[in-house]
Design a protein around this ligand. Structure first.
Ligand code: COI
Length: 350
């Protein structure tokens, strides 16, 4: 593998973008990185103008959903330097997902070095200030043709970039899953596989129609243990302890999740990684010991959940003064934007 080939766009669309009013994931920068896998090896990566491309209609991505992705963010500090947050974690997880979906692992120089070169070119798209970031979407799809149900021999790895503000614009209320499941033991729940997300669209649509933004998934076998929400891991604060489900074959090993656990420990907030039962949550809501629920994810950052519904009963959470969610969010985003000292060594300069 040699260096990245760069084909620059002739014009930029940046002047036409309203950076104050961005809808998450709808606006993309001028360039994208493309790297194909053929004949058993990765070809030279290319940074080229962002544009649609052709794939054979029989390609396995269309028929068998052989596709994985990552979600990352870049931030600009007050000196105009751009920083990535724990990119090694996304790189490792991407390759774990690749192995689980029988796809080739991507070399670090394509994923990390290619990403840094792409962001250098798109530096103007990373805006400074609270709430601003550049959302990074690396992904890989099976482009080999033929509808035989077997892994492809050809793949395309790509990185696209999208300037972002918040993922959720209003209050987030959730339904606890009683029937549908996100993942099962032995399945692909721990991989960031495209199908894990599309499988949630129908139950989430039903939840949206009932006035809820997300579902908190429960274990597929008994529906008694709280696991994760579709776009984020979940934390529950009962009295002054935070609980979050341990990672498993069913739960995504979230980078924000693991960072919050480390951050909370540093801030002397007690965190336990253990299964929380639905019955325990309902009881804590009823006896007043449930103080907070919040989601944690790259896109969603730290997102307070204002209430949950279970068996058609809605439980509103109390408004509290010393929110752990807000405290951890401000510490995490402070580190990401280089406003607070990064004692963990999480931030990596582009
Ligand atoms: C992310 O948080 O980056 C994710 O990948 C979740 C996605 C559904 C927006």
């Amino acid at each position: 593998m040699s260096n990245v080939i760069i084909n620059r766009a002739e014009t930029s669309k940046i002047e036409s973008v309203d950076f104050e009013n961005l809808t998450f994931g709808n606006t993309f920068t001028d360039h994208m990185l493309v790297c194909d896998f053929r004949n058993g090896q990765w070809e030279q990566p290319v940074i080229q103008p962002y544009a649609p491309f052709l794939i054979d209609p029989s390609a396995k991505i269309f028929h068998y959903g052989q596709a994985i992705f990552e979600g990352m963010k870049a931030y600009k500090d007050e000196h105009d330097d751009v920083w990535l947050f724990r990119p090694d974690q996304n790189y490792d997880r991407f390759n774990k997902s690749a192995v689980r979906l029988a796809m080739p692992e991507i070399p670090e120089e394509v994923f990390i070095d290619g990403l840094k070169q792409l962001i250098q070119i798109e530096k103007e798209w990373v805006k400074k200030g609270n709430g601003n970031s550049l959302y990074i979407r690396p992904f890989m799809i099976a482009i080999g043709s033929g509808v035989i149900a077997a892994p492809s021999t050809q793949y395309r790895f790509m990185i696209i970039l999208s300037p972002a503000k918040s993922y959720y614009s209003g209050e987030v209320k959730v339904i606890i899953a009683e029937h549908f499941s996100r993942a099962a033991n032995g399945g692909i729940g721990a991989a960031k596989a495209a199908g894990n997300y599309s499988a949630q669209f129908y139950p989430t649509k039903l939840a949206n129609e009932a006035g809820f933004q997300q579902i908190i998934w429960t274990d597929d076998a008994t529906h008694t243990k709280l696991e994760e929400a579709g776009t984020m891991n979940v934390f529950f604060r009962i009295n002054d302890t935070l609980y979050t489900a341990p990672t498993s074959e069913r739960i995504l090993d979230g980078v924000t999740r693991k960072s919050l656990i480390e951050l909370a420990a540093r801030e002397n907030i007690k965190v336990e990684e253990r299964s929380v039962l639905v019955a325990e949550l309902v009881e804590a809501a009823e006896n007043g010991t449930l103080k907070e629920i919040f989601g944690a994810g790259t896109a969603a950052v730290v997102n307070p959940i204002v209430g949950f519904s279970f068996q058609d009963k809605y439980h509103e959470l109390p408004k509290i003064e010393n929110s752990f969610a807000l405290e951890l969010k401000s510490k995490l985003t402070g580190i990401q934007r280089k406003e607070l000292e990064d004692t963990f060594g999480w931030t990596v300069k582009v």
